[in-house]
Design a protein around this ligand. Structure first.
Ligand code: TA6
Length: 306
């Protein structure tokens, strides 16, 4: 079974490779759902064939708020301005978090709420390969006065493999940040352990204090919001019998976030129990690891999830 379906939510819009709201992918390895807004993969389910039988198990590697997705679809249907979707892998660019000097600018930048172009769709023995691009335009210029081109290559196969290219196509250097703000599903938050950050310095965004990660594993018993710097870039999320592996290249920061109970109640686009269902482990280059890209130059980053 191998298929790509392009869907337009608003009946007056024609669904095609150039003009879609949501695309669904299925092949022998996986099922995925991606929105054109933000070139955001919302769900990725690996198909795991058992050796003995031809029974196929499914391992979901991403979490998405159903409430947030429904709000997005309702806004599209009603031609209302859509918001960022809380789930899957939103891309924060060209800054992470609140803008440093102008609070009116969108949190986490604009890349996750802009419409990207799907410039190529290929299929190989490894699954489907998609390439999305986002180029500066009059809208992005309202937020950030630099000329850039983002290229996001996505391979949906046995693994989910993302490669981000950030090009400075202007004639002046720029600084920027980016983060793959990934939401990972959990069975039980109390049993979750994250490997890969031991000994790394982190800023606790809740206290604005800096610490060093002493324990080999991060566990959760309260709201957690940490920006780790100068990281090695490979992580495991252990959740009971389930494990999700994340391997990156050239991502020198990592953000770990779970809103816990009270912050979840302040979020409008999730249900009250969402804090038990996801953890964010965000591979990034932010703050001290922000990027400086010279005019005419580019940089590339990759992340594999399996
Ligand atoms: O991922 C860390 C963080 O900066 C948290 O502080 C929290 O605000 C989260 O991002 C969600 O941001 P969003 O704008 O998607 O609600």
């Amino acid at each position: 079974m191998s298929a790509i379906t392009f869907k337009a939510v608003n009946p007056s819009t024609v669904a095609s490779q150039q003009n879609f709201d949501v695309m669904e992918i299925e092949n022998e390895f996986c099922r995925a759902v991606i929105t054109r807004q933000g070139a955001q993969i919302l769900s990725f389910e690996r198909k795991i064939k058992s050796a003995e039988t031809d029974v196929v198990d499914v391992k979901s590697l991403l979490w998405c708020s159903e409430l947030s997705l429904q709000q997005f679809l309702d806004d599209l249907k009603s031609d209302r301005k859509t918001k960022a979707i809380r789930g899957g892998i939103p891309l924060c660019f060209p800054w992470f978090g609140g803008h440093l000097t102008d609070a009116k600018l969108p949190s986490h930048g604009f890349a996750r709420t802009q419409l990207w172009d799907l410039t190529s769709v290929d299929q190989s023995a490894q699954g489907h390969q998609l390439v999305f691009t986002l180029q500066n335009d009059a809208i992005t210029d309202l937020f950030w006065h630099h000329q850039f081109r983002l290229t996001l290559s996505m391979t949906c196969g046995e693994h989910l493999h993302l490669v981000l290219g950030i090009e400075n196509v202007g004639d002046t250097d720029f600084d920027c940040e980016f983060a793959w703000h990934s939401y990972f599903p959990l069975n039980a938050i109390e049993s979750v352990k994250i490997d890969g950050l031991q000994g790394k310095k982190f800023l606790d965004q809740l206290t604005n204090e800096t610490y060093v990660q002493e324990h080999a594993q991060i566990q959760f018993d309260q709201e957690t919001d940490r920006i780790y710097q100068d990281v090695a870039g490979n992580y495991q999320i252990h959740d009971g019998l389930q494990q999700i592996d994340i391997q990156t290249k050239n991502c020198k920061s990592a953000i770990v976030w779970n809103p816990w109970i009270k912050k979840t109640q302040r979020l409008e686009d999730v249900d009250a129990q969402a804090w038990q269902k996801f953890v964010c482990l965000e591979c990034a280059n932010v703050r001290e690891n922000r990027l400086h890209i010279k005019a005419g130059q580019s940089d590339q980053f990759s992340m594999v999830i399996f």
